[in-house]
Design a protein around this ligand. Structure first.
Ligand SMILES: Nc1nc2c(ncn2[C@@H]2O[C@H](COP(=O)(O)OP(=O)(O)OP(=O)(O)O)[C@@H](O)[C@H]2O)c(=O)[nH]1
Ligand SMILES: [Mg+2]
Length: 494
């Protein structure tokens, strides 16, 4: 059995970043070589790209779990880990990418359009990269970040100039097969077409695309039959053509009733009222059909439709119909902006990428939100005290501690950053990595001298600078630059 696949749920997992390595260079007679732990490789990301050769989402239906490669860990002797392999998935033109709750992430139109859906985790820096003038041999490295993991819905909305609409078996697929090179399945049972067919039609020097979509039945707009799938494809067509079966044997159907039923569904789906429409009365090669077509023609014209009597079997009337299609398509193109060129969909970066927020929760705890603090927490190996100290320094330097204090946090309060919870113990000074004790431990965990925070020291320094010149002269030599604040570096811009 064929499955209708133009909507799939994909489970994506970008690659994890490799861990950074802790290593110290060893050489004979050089017991204290420098740190030489390499960085972890970045995790591979998952991207989608529009490929004109791909027409359905069927492949994803059979393979909904998608994972990009992990980055390799760093190693000693400054060896960086390899990056994980990126994964590029080919999708049909007109694929809409949504989250499970319906937020549109990307609307992929135009060959080559690319969208990075899941970003790989960053590789952790090795201890060589974390070393600086004061922290000469870090006893820790950063962890690799986990890759993004998310579920998305891919939905195909065909992009065609003309959409053929009509009841099942009206002859839509037959029509596209005779006016274009498309060779869809044609059969005398309803719902033969399950996946939309696109055809390219050339009339003189005009070229346009036509979409043959599944048949429509009353109730389609509320999901009956293949209704919504059908309507989704019509949404992007500039021109609609009603294909009507004039020779149906069903007693309760006639061309006027069919058009009413389909218009009612289009109307209920909404947003399609402005599309120009044509009516193709099909199967006039059958005598009863021709009679009926001639009978209803005046009624349809009275309603404002341009009517064409056609037969896909004998090809009668097709030339006039395709000319009229071309005319409407040209008019629609003239009215609409130029077709979108190939473009790259840029992932919207989180607004607060640079900053962070501190929020007091009703239960008395505090939550810190922000891309950087959350990433730093993910990169921290909590089994290593030195790494934890380094995290504390970074957070203090970013101003997280000051904001927590401002928000009213008291020592011992619960603070949440990303997926971690901490008992808040204010770090009393930042940039304190200059007293290496035992490797992998942080001295500050044992002793907590009461000293000014980084911000307080900065303010004090500014105040000193701003003192009038004469006062400084009178006051003698200023001990500028000497004091606790030498330590606050800026090596962690990242
Ligand atoms: N006699 C005659 N039969 C036709 C004509 N056009 C289509 N048919 C027949 O009508 C039947 C249905 O045709 P399709 O083209 O599959 O109809 P459809 O509208 O695509 O149907 P669904 O895909 O089920 O929605 C087939 O048996 C065709 O051979 C025509 O002009 N004359
Ligand atoms: Mg069909």
């Amino acid at each position: 059995m064929t499955t209708f696949v133009d909507r799939v749920v994909l489970h994506l997992q970008a690659g994890d970043g490799g861990h950074g390595c802790v290593s110290i260079h060893r050489e004979k007679f050089k017991p204290f070589g420098g740190p030489d732990g390499g960085n972890g490789g970045h995790g591979g990301s998952v991207s989608l790209v529009v490929d004109p050769q791909v027409h359905t989402l069927l492949d994803f239906h059979f393979r909904p779990h998608v994972k990009a490669g992990n980055g390799k860990g760093g190693a000693g002797s400054h060896r960086d880990g390899a990056n994980g392999a990126d994964l590029v998935l080919k999708v049909p033109n007109g694929t809409v990418v949504q989250t499970l709750d319906g937020t549109v992430l990307a609307d992929m139109v135009g060959a080559g359009t690319t969208f990075e859906v899941a970003r790989g985790g960053r590789g952790g820096r090795g201890n060589a990269a974390l070393a600086n003038a004061r922290r000469k041999a870090p006893g820790f490295a950063e962890l690799g970040e986990p890759g993004e993991k998310l579920d998305v819905v891919l939905e195909l909305k065909s992009v065609a100039d003309v959409g053929l609409v009509g009841f099942p078996s009206a002859g839509k697929s037959s029509l596209i097969s005779v006016i274009s090179a498309a060779k869809p399945k044609i059969a005398d049972y309803p719902f033969t077409t399950l996946v939309p067919n696109l055809g390219v039609v050339r009339v003189d020097n005009h070229t346009f695309t036509v979409a043959d979509v599944p048949g429509l039945i009353p109730g389609a707009a509320s999901g009956k039959g293949l209704g919504l799938e059908f309507l989704r494809h019509i949404e992007r067509c500039a021109v609609l053509v009603h294909v009507i079966d004039t020779a149906t044997l069903e007693l309760d159907r006639d061309p006027l009733a069919d058009i009413d039923a389909i218009e009612a569904e289009l109307n209920e789906y909404g947003g399609l009222a402005d599309r120009p429409r044509l009516v193709a009365l099909n199967k006039i090669d059958i005598p009863d059909g021709r009679d009926l077509a001639e009978m209803v023609r005046p009624d349809l014209e009275a309603r404002g439709f341009r009517v064409f009597e056609v037969s896909t079997a004998t090809r009668e009337g097709l030339k006039e119909l395709t000319y009229a299609m071309a005319e409407l398509v040209e008019a629609a193109r003239a009215a609409a902006p130029v077709a979108e060129p190939t473009r790259i969909v840029i992932r919207p970066t989180a607004v607060d990428d640079a900053g962070f927020t501190v929020e007091a929760e009703p239960d008395g705890s505090y939550t810190v939100r922000g891309a950087r603090p959350e990433r730093w927490v993910r990169q921290t190996n909590f089994d290593n005290d030195e790494a934890v100290g380094y995290l504390a320094d970074r957070l203090a330097r970013l101003g997280v501690e000051d904001q927590l204090a401002k928000a009213g946090a008291q020592p011992g309060d619960l603070v949440r950053i990303g997926e971690r919870e901490f008992d808040w113990q204010p770090t009393l000074y930042a940039g304190a990595d200059f007293v290496p004790g035992v490797r992998g431990t942080d001295q500050r965990l044992e002793e907590r001298p009461t000293r000014a925070t980084a911000a307080e020291r900065l303010a004090a320094r500014k105040a000193r600078r701003q003192r009038p010149a004469d006062e400084i002269e009178a006051g003698g030599v200023e001990a500028d630059g000497v004091g606790a604040d030498v330590a606050s570096g800026s090596e962690d811009a990242e």
